[in-house]
Design a protein around this ligand. Structure first.
Ligand code: ATP
Ligand code: MG
Length: 316
């Protein structure tokens, strides 16, 4: 697994103290980012010679093991994929059983569409035993908007006949104050994942700080680069620890769309590529919510209707 084979930049020949500092200051601390760079690109960015840059890239590529792997290995890993129930049969059916481990599931939609409520639901259901649709695990909840509500957790836990105090103790909340803090929280996560048996990581919302912290046009490139790194880190945790990642995302309206639904997720192509499953949530008739699958490698495109109730997510 790529994560277990963590390499340190300081161990790479060609990377001295000065280069190391430079790389870190521009957000190139992740070996994977360097491994996929071209020598010219790295030479320019880190202000080193192109030959040195090439040497560094090759050394990292060798260590990272980023080559091919045979399909049977992937199938073997996929057999350990498990799902977390959403509380709604309709939604579970649409998702092929629930939210998947080894994957990033993104929910986007307007305010009040149910993104956060689904996060609450999953942080409880992940604690259910496997035969009840859970993973018998704990949850790491990164809250960027200060909307985490323990009262809702208590309601959902009660309705599932779980002990609320115990359920609350299995949800580890971190308030992220800005983009850097949010990234750091994910970087530090491995320390506690094994110890606390974390099986679900929630980032609610993934994009709000990124939007607020990088506002200028000129900052778009560095925003996307940081977002890319952040998402790769989340995916690596999902793979290495066989856990599920659930992220929420805001929408913006696309004024160039004359017909159809002008709602688009924030985060651009990077997020579009990195999220394994993209779900679009919206309000339906009579207080219902509709979930539409926008992008999924192995699911039929379709929609499911669910409700948000006092007791959490359900069919009716
Ligand atoms: P935002 O973009 O603002 O974060 P969101 O998609 O995260 O929006 P949620 O917080 O998931 O929105 O959904 C809020 C909605 O959930 C409320 O408008 C309400 O309809 C419903 N809701 C919240 N609590 C309850 C409850 N106790 N009983 C029934 N419905 C509830
Ligand atoms: Mg929310």
């Amino acid at each position: 697994m790529p994560f277990k084979k963590e390499i340190r930049l300081e161990d790479i020949p060609g990377i001295g103290d000065k280069t190391l500092e430079k790389l870190k200051s521009i957000g190139y601390a992740d070996p994977m980012v360097i491994a996929v760079s071209s020598p010219t690109e790295l030479a320019n960015i880190a202000e080193i010679g192109e030959a040195t840059a090439a040497k560094i890239i090759n050394a990292i590529r060798e260590k990272l093991d980023i080559g091919y792997e045979t399909a049977d290995k992937i199938l073997e890993r996929r057999t350990t994929v498990s799902k977390i129930t959403t509380g709604s049969k309709n939604l579970d059916n649409l998702l092929g059983g629930g939210i998947e481990t080894q994957a990033i599931t993104e929910a986007y939609g307007q305010y009040g569409s149910g993104k956060t409520q689904l996060a609450f639901q999953l942080s409880v259901t992940v604690q259910l035993p496997k035969d009840k649709g859970g993973l018998d695990g704990a949850c790491l909840f990164i809250d960027t908007e200060n909307t985490f509500r323990p009262e809702r957790i208590v309601q959902i836990a009660r309705s599932l006949k779980l002990e609320p105090e115990k359920v609350l103790r299995n949800i580890y909340i971190a308030r992220a104050f800005n983009t850097e803090h949010q990234i750091l929280l994910v970087e530090k996560a491995p320390d506690m994942i094994e110890e606390k048996k974390i099986k679900l990581i929630v980032v609610d919302s993934l994009t709000s700080h990124f939007r607020a912290d990088f506002i200028g046009r000129g900052e778009l490139a560095s925003r996307q680069q940081k977002l890319n790194r952040h998402l790769h880190q989340l995916q690596r945790l999902a793979d290495a620890f066989n856990l599920a990642v659930y992220i929420t995302n805001q929408v913006m309206s696309d004024p160039s769309m004359l017909f159809g639904d002008p709602t688009r997720p924030v985060g651009g192509n990077i997020l579009g590529h990195m999220a394994t499953y993209r779900l679009y949530l919206r309000r339906g008739k009579e207080g219902t919510r509709i979930c539409k699958i926008i992008d999924a490698p192995d699911l039929v495109e379709g929609e499911a209707v669910f409700r948000i109730t006092e007791n959490g997510i359900s069919d009716n």
